[in-house]
Design a binder for this molecule. Sequence first.
Ligand code: GLA
Length: 398
Amino acid sequence: MKNNIIKESGTKGLFGLIGLLVMLLAVTGACTPGKQPAPETESHETGIKRSVFGKMPDGQEVHLYTLTNANGMQVAITNYGGRIVSILAPDRNGKMADVVLGFDNLQGYLDTHTYFGALIGRYGNRIGGAKFTLDGKVYHLPANNGPNSLHGGTKGFDQRVWTAKEIPGDEPGLELTYLSKDGEEGYPGDMHVKVVYTLEKDNGLKIDYNATTDKDTVVNLTNHSYFNLAGEGNGNILNTVLWINSDEITPVDATQIPTGKIEKVDGTPFDFRKPTPIGAHINEDNQQLKYGQGYDINYILNRKGPGLELAARAYDPESGRELEVYTTEPGIQFYSGNFLDGTIHGKGGVAYGKRSAFCLETQHYPDSPNHPSFPTTELKPGQTFHQVTVFKFTTTSK
Ligand code: GLA
């Protein structure tokens, strides 16, 4: 689909004398020898394009879908793990950079297990002791993070091949569906999951999540993009200025499971109520920072109601690239890329060092199934889980 900025110089529909004259003048200007043709009006082909991203070990082909809007912003998503592979966003001078960590092809994602850009499920973040009780029954999950179950288990939604459907248009989209079978990674119920990515005209990337089940179960879906607004591979994110619309966190124990307490951010390194560089307090002597080796904590978002509300804003002062995160979720995991250590080589072979990206994972609180006081993550037959998150790219002159 083409957007409506047309590059043509001729107004062929006008046959009157005035029209012809105007046309002649325009054409003469462009064709006079020695003169450069006038620069073309910026025009971007909006819509969605599919290419082959690689093959799964069983030979199944996996695709890359590139969404483009009229501003030239581009988001590439693969149906392997529903992962955002790249996001081209403009800086304050219109210069594009890819602002998410990832790999050039499917093989990169298969060779190195990371959560780069992935859809996370059934349960985003940790479930303590890799078990929970529901309707009086204990469910055991794979322990893949010390004693805990992290991000859906050994083979979560991030490692599944999703069914993709292209949605063409000026606000192109990609619908991804996946059926998680009863008992998969220990979770009860056949769960039908549908996630729709939409690249909006105003440079918002909307992620709309839906899930239904045929047995009582738990669910907590999120996206695990690793952002670097200076461009992936372009240094660390310590100068990125962050604001989080939150007064409280859910502190964790040594294995990063919420203690159940709720703590004010007041007077702690976790206070991002005023825009603050991520690096300003990251090395302070603080037990919660030590457990996470930096920021890796769930913030309880200040909310007015159930709708889409601004949760966080981050900007890179040098380029002016700014990210706004809107969500319907009650929490957000701010993770400052502490476990990256330079051993993973991403796009173009570049090494991703410690804190070379940050994540803002919109979610229900970690380990909710074991904390009845937290907002519930239970899903029953007949109900639909629904969450919406928008990553919106703007620029700032700050
Ligand atoms: C989440 C967790 C972190 C880490 C990353 C992935 O943000 O909270 O502890 O596991 O995912 O590495």
